[in-house]
Write a protein that binds this ligand. Structure first.
Ligand code: TXA
Ligand code: MG
Length: 332
């Protein structure tokens, strides 16, 4: 049976209590949720996503009180960041407590925790006596979903239900920060900019964003977030302000660049049947660009585009996270 898309939070809660899988909206991307304290249910997540078990999961809760139960070291820094940014696109990695299984943490001594900023997700968590383990609801390595339909497109035959919360507001995954022995390290760029974190802490934080064969955060694997189409960066060729153009072309790369130059950043193209220009944000707004990125990459695959060229975002704030995803999408 294919999972249906709906708005029934009580039904979702019953499925989760029974050990099933539910696609849930969050402000960042859709999650593939299961009872985070039930090993059999968590195992189903790895199977449905085709995800290697060395890649740990995030536990979602609806209060700081619940978060504290999952860690042995709720320090002042964790409290400060949680108060400033939860509910929101921030995941904290802290030493795990005994109730958290090694399956969830992939044998790491730490656990990733966050409170999502989405009413449906919070209402659902309110009905449950356990945290929700939820990775992004996409097959491993593919672009994360930002609508309920995206989840259905790829996983409806492997899960039980999908809660519809419309389009995700942020559109990029959470920023992941580890706090170990008071050392604060950013492990994944995401929907919360590092500047904001540093502002609240009043100090610079470390960054550990490179990929390894056994990465701290496998979301950092070079080829994560990869669509099927070829994604190629181009140095700015249209001139003008950043608008996040994505240029789909059936022409050769050299010809595509010529065509793109001819557009001078407008929609007018020599041959609309061969070339199409899209903007992540007409006004150059980075939040809007982030919100649109994954949906457009998925659309290109649906339209069987072979090659998509893109312009880099300005390397600041959310632009860094956008560039991180574009870099990985183009790593193939
Ligand atoms: O915005 C998000 O974070 C979304 C929504 C659904 O909450 N979730 C998400 O989950 O992006 P996922 O599984 O696709 O990415 C979680 C990342 C993985 O790269 C994983 O390696 C990292 O979090 N992670 C989880 N536990 C960790 C730990 N103990 N130490 C380091 N990294 C961890
Ligand atoms: Mg993911």
């Amino acid at each position: 049976m294919l999972a249906s898309i709906g708005h029934d939070i009580v039904k979702a809660a019953e499925i989760l209590k029974g050990g099933g899988l539910v696609g849930i909206p969050t402000e960042t991307v859709y999650g593939l949720a299961a009872n985070g304290l039930d090993l059999a249910a968590v195992t189903k997540i790895f199977e449905a996503k085709n995800r290697p078990t060395f890649d740990p999961l995030i536990l979602h809760v609806d209060s700081i009180i619940e978060a504290k139960k999952l860690t042995t070291q709720w320090c002042k820094t964790a409290q400060k960041l949680a108060e400033a940014f939860w509910p929101g696109p921030l995941t904290l990695v802290l030493p795990k407590s005994d109730i958290v299984s090694n399956l969830v943490t992939a044998d790491n001594p730490t656990v990733a925790i966050r409170i999502p900023n989405n009413k449906i997700a919070l209402d659902l968590l309110g009905l449950l006596p356990f945290p929700l383990a939820a990775p992004s609801a996409n097959p491993f390595g593919y672009v994360s979903p930002t609508t309920a339909q995206h989840v259905a497109d790829q996983l409806s035959d492997r899960i039980d239900y999908i809660l519809d919360g419309g389009q995700c507001e942020v559109g990029l995954e959470s920023t992941i920060v580890s706090i170990i022995d008071n050392k604060v390290t950013v492990l994944r760029l995401g929907g919360l900019s590092i500047d904001k974190i540093q502002e609240v802490l009043g100090q610079r934080v470390h960054e550990s964003l490179s990929s390894h064969s056994n990465p701290m955060a496998p979301g950092q694997l070079n080829q994560h977030y990869s669509p099927a189409c070829k994604v190629i960066p181009l140095e700015k060729v249209t001139g003008g302000e950043y608008r996040g153009w994505l240029f789909f072309s059936r022409a050769s790369a050299t010809q595509a660049i010529e065509n793109l130059k001819a557009t001078r950043g407008s929609y007018t193209l020599p041959d609309e049947s061969k070339d199409k220009l899209y903007f992540l944000s007409e006004t150059g707004d980075l939040s809007q660009a982030a919100q649109n990125l994954f949906a457009l990459l998925r659309q290109f695959d649906k339209d069987h585009c072979e090659t998509v060229f893109f312009e880099w975002a300005p390397d600041r704030g959310l632009g860094r996270a956008i560039n991180d995803r574009l870099k990985r999408a183009s790593a193939k």
